[in-house]
Design a protein. Structure first.
Length: 174
């Protein structure tokens, strides 16, 4: 792809992200997210762009206690997964990050494998190391950071014991 085509693609994608991050577009965004989750589950994660590794992240809603699943792109560092709470550059944090702040425990599905994880905000040193790697994998994160006043959180998901499935945990245990 030529440099000009890549610039046009980047501008279009950035403009689309700006529109979809608006509060008035949440219904559309939720519909696309639900379709993405179902397609991921149906294909075991095989229907994804190779340059943007995607997993499903399931958190417990901080208000409802219901399990919420969303697709997120990630980089892997040994057995840990690193994600950015970008929310397309919105000035609001994504609900999944707010949920993880309430309860650190979650579940990820990478391809056909489900893993219990515990979330932690990257330390400043970890953020310095991981942010360039996230941007190298997904350059649009730079556009998102320019679009928002908040520093986009870098979140590290580390595996924990597989003894209790997420769906059976009581809200109070988290």
């Amino acid at each position: 792809m030529s440099g000009t085509s890549e610039v046009k693609k980047s501008r279009l994608f950035s403009a689309l992200g700006a529109v979809l991050s608006r509060k008035s577009m949440r219904t559309v965004t939720r519909l696309f997210t639900a379709l993405h989750v179902e397609l991921y589950r149906l294909t075991g994660g095989r229907a994804q762009a190779a340059q943007y590794p995607t997993m499903l992240l399931t958190t417990r809603g901080r208000k409802t206690g219901k399990l919420r699943t969303i697709p997120v792109i990630y980089i892997q560092d040994a057995n840990r997964f690193v994600i950015a709470a970008a929310y397309a550059g919105s000035d609001q944090h994504p609900a999944w990050w707010l949920n993880l702040q309430q309860s650190k425990d979650a579940e990820v599905q990478v391809m056909g494998t489900k893993i219990r994880v515990r979330a932690a905000l990257a330390t400043p040193q970890e953020r310095t190391a991981y942010w360039p790697k996230l941007v190298a994998m997904y350059p649009y994160f730079l556009d998102y950071q320019k679009r928002t006043q908040r520093e986009i959180p870098v979140v590290i998901l580390s595996p924990i014991s597989e003894t209790t499935p997420l769906a059976t945990c009581q809200r109070a245990q988290w």
